[in-house]
Design a protein around this ligand. Structure first.
Ligand code: NAP
Length: 263
């Protein structure tokens, strides 16, 4: 049985990670530390302990887990932060601590949507010339190189990101620095004002950035949706922070080192 309070390391960078830390911080049986990559300037900090910056790969993460007496790991990173998710799986196995992935559900197409599925940013870029000329690119500032290719010279991009992108970037673009949540009214206005005729998004899921999908449906413009990378094999998945809280509670209630899959 883990010694109380159990020390939970939450790999963060998402709203769900912050919500989980808020819930766990109110549980006297739990000590919570959130880890942030440090990519975003002035991040919204969760309660509990916070550490910032990479661990130096899976070995570094496993060493940190051991040194800081971590009893359980929750990978609550963004669904597209696949390197960190792989590192978490490897580190948890090395350090013999249970691991849970907290992943909000992906978005589901509705009547009227004109979605095109892509397996990668590069594939999404390849679909664009056939779909439109003025692109609302909302996949974040990382990976813009995929849209900088010569075949896309004729397209114009409105790139929305939290922090300013760095080259290589699309040849013709304007940058809109902003962070969600976004409103439907705001998204409608962006599409109208910039005369955007195609939207590119990752299947991030969640409410904060979903209004762009509604606005695109209303404007009858196509949407290229980049599919998620899979969760590493064998890692149980929680869909909500509450499910993750129940997984943590089972750890100390059952006195087991492995709480198994959660819903
Ligand atoms: P990634 O490609 O999976 O990870 C790259 C490296 O960044 C990792 O190997 C790790 O470095 C470090 N890292 C990532 N998440 C970390 C965390 N929570 N704490 C400490 N180090 C972390 O990740 P990414 O896609 O660049 O995302 C970075 C962060 O932004 C994540 O926390 C993610 O939740 C958040 N985010 C990502 C997206 C997206 O679309 N990818 C969107 C919104 C928010 P070491 O190997 O040195 O440990």
């Amino acid at each position: 049985m883990p010694v109380l309070p159990v020390h939970v390391l939450v790999l963060g960078g998402t709203t769900e990670a912050r919500r989980l830390a808020e819930s766990l911080a109110g549980d006297r049986h739990v000590r919570v530390t959130t880890s942030l990559a440090g990519r975003v300037s002035a991040p919204r900090l969760p309660p509990g302990d916070v550490r910032v910056g990479g661990f130096g790969g899976p070995d570094g993460l496993a060493a940190w887990v051991r040194e800081h007496g971590v009893d359980a790991l929750v990978d609550a990173t963004h669904p597209f932060a696949s390197t960190m998710s792989r590192n978490a799986a490897e580190a948890a196995a090395q350090a013999h601590v249970p691991l849970l992935a907290l992943r909000r559900p992906g978005w589901v197409a509705q009547d009227g949507d004109r979605w095109h599925s892509a397996g990668s940013l590069a594939e999404a870029a390849g679909l664009l010339p056939a779909l439109g000329e003025r692109v609302f690119l909302t996949t974040g500032r990382m990976g813009l190189a995929a849209f900088a290719g010569a075949g896309l010279d004729e397209l114009w991009f409105l790139v929305r990101s939290v922090d300013a992108p760095e080259p290589p970037c699309p040849a013709r673009m304007e940058v809109l620095l902003d962070r969600g949540p976004f409103t439907l009214e705001g998204e409608r206005e962006i599409i109208r004002h910039h005369r955007l005729d195609v939207l590119v998004t990752k299947d991030s899921g969640g409410d904060a950035t979903a209004p762009k999908l509604t606005a695109a449906r209303e404007a009858r413009i196509p949407v290229v949706v980049v599919r998620r990378p899979p969760v590493p094999e064998g890692v149980p998945v929680a869909r909500t922070p509450d499910e993750a809280v129940r997984w943590v509670r089972r750890l100390y209630a059952e006195g087991s080192g492995d709480a198994g899959a959660s819903g």
